[in-house]
Design a protein. Sequence first.
Length: 195
Amino acid sequence: MTARRFLVLHGWQNRRPRRHWQWQLVESLRAAGEHVLYPQFPEPDRPVLSTWTELLRAELAQLGSGERVVVAHSLAVPLWQHASSLLTPEEHVDRVLLVAPPAPEVLAGHPEVAEFAALSPDAAVLARAARTVRQAAADDDPYWPDGGAVPVYRALGVDADLLPGAGHLDPEAGYGRWPAVEAWCRDPQTRLTPR
C-alpha cells in the first residue's frame, strides 16, 4: 500500500509561524511518519497569483503517488480554486480541505491581494481537481462577513463544517494545535470541530 501524501498551503502574510495550526499539523503528521510538504510561498505580503500557482503545481509534482491530500488556509483557498481550473489529471488529488476562505469582496478591498478576488468558489472547478472537497470556516470570520463562508459553500454542494466563534481559524483566534484537523487528515469522515 502506498502512503498518504499531504500538501499544506498557507495564506496571505503567513510565514509559517510555529504557533499556527498548520505548523502544528505538519509536525504531528511528520512525527507519525506521514509524507508532508509545507512550502513557503514567496512574497507572502504581496503575493503574485501566477508565482504562487507555479509553486503550487511544482509541489503537486513532488507529492508523489498514493492518497494525495491538500490542506489550504485563507488565501490558499482561492489559490486552490484558481489552480484547480488548470490542473492536468495527473495533478489531481484525492481530497482537499479548504479552511477559512476570504470573501472575494474583502480581497478586492486590499490591493496586495486584489487579483485573488476574481477567484470565487465554483463547485464544478473544485470537483474537477479533487475527489472529495471539505470546507470549514467560522460564522464570525472577519475575512468573510455576514455569517461566513460555510453557507456559500454548502449552497454549492460542498461538504462544510461551521465552527461558531472561531474567527479566521488562526493563532489570534486560538488555533495553534487543532486536534480535529489532525483527525480529519487521518480519517476524512471526521467532522471539523472547534479546538
